[in-house]
Design a protein around this ligand. Structure first.
Ligand SMILES: Cc1cc2nc3c(=O)[nH]c(=O)nc-3n(C[C@H](O)[C@H](O)[C@H](O)COP(=O)(O)O)c2cc1C
Length: 160
């Protein structure tokens, strides 16, 4: 069974989770980039509004061939209690039909359940099967804390 970890990460925390999953589960990694500039305080507001409205964005890569993958992890930071625009766009753009999906979200404090539910609803209406999900709180955590949390979840959710 071939595994892919597909993720977006703005400031690197979701990337720590994605890389830990990849090394533990021997999965391929694809980082989705958002081509809209999302730096600085003003951008944070715009990004929250974009996420809240589920605005689409330009992403790279714009095409991914998923046919070799049976299990796909999709990960995102939580923005305004929603998935990021890059991940909303990826879910609409790529063909997840009949794939098994495990979702993950990172957040500072709250909104993860809502973001996961939104991704789950979108994926299920597109014919994917969401079989598991998890949320990691990143506030005041460094790389090794986030790696440790991810390793604990791999163990407790029996993802290996
Ligand atoms: C635009 C924006 C909106 C955010 N909204 C939320 C939120 O609603 N709830 C929350 O707990 N954290 C929120 N955060 C914090 C991020 O979800 C959190 O820091 C996440 O772990 C960052 O992941 P990354 O480093 O992979 O980008 C927000 C961050 C940004 C930049």
């Amino acid at each position: 069974m071939k595994t892919l970890i597909l993720y977006y990460s703005e400031s690197g925390k979701s990337e720590v989770v994605a890389k830990t999953l990849s090394s533990q589960l021997f999965g391929d990694l694809i980082r989705i980039k958002d081509l809209k500039v999302r730096k600085g305080f003003k951008s944070k507001l715009t990004s929250s509004i974009d996420a809240f409205r589920e605005s689409k964005t330009e992403i790279s890569p714009s095409k991914i061939d998923l046919k070799d993958y049976d299990l796909i992890y999709i990960g995102t930071p939580v923005w305004a209690s929603k998935p990021t625009p890059a991940i909303i766009t990826a879910i609409d753009k790529f063909d997840f039909r009949r794939k098994e999906i495990i979702l993950f979200a990172t957040m500072r404090i709250s909104g993860g359940e809502k973001a996961i539910k939104r991704m789950e609803d979108k994926l299920q209406s597109r014919g994917a099967r969401v079989t598991n999900s998890f949320i990691i709180k990143t506030q005041n955590k460094n790389t090794s804390n986030i790696t440790g949390d991810t390793l604990d979840l791999i163990e407790s959710l029996n993802l290996k």
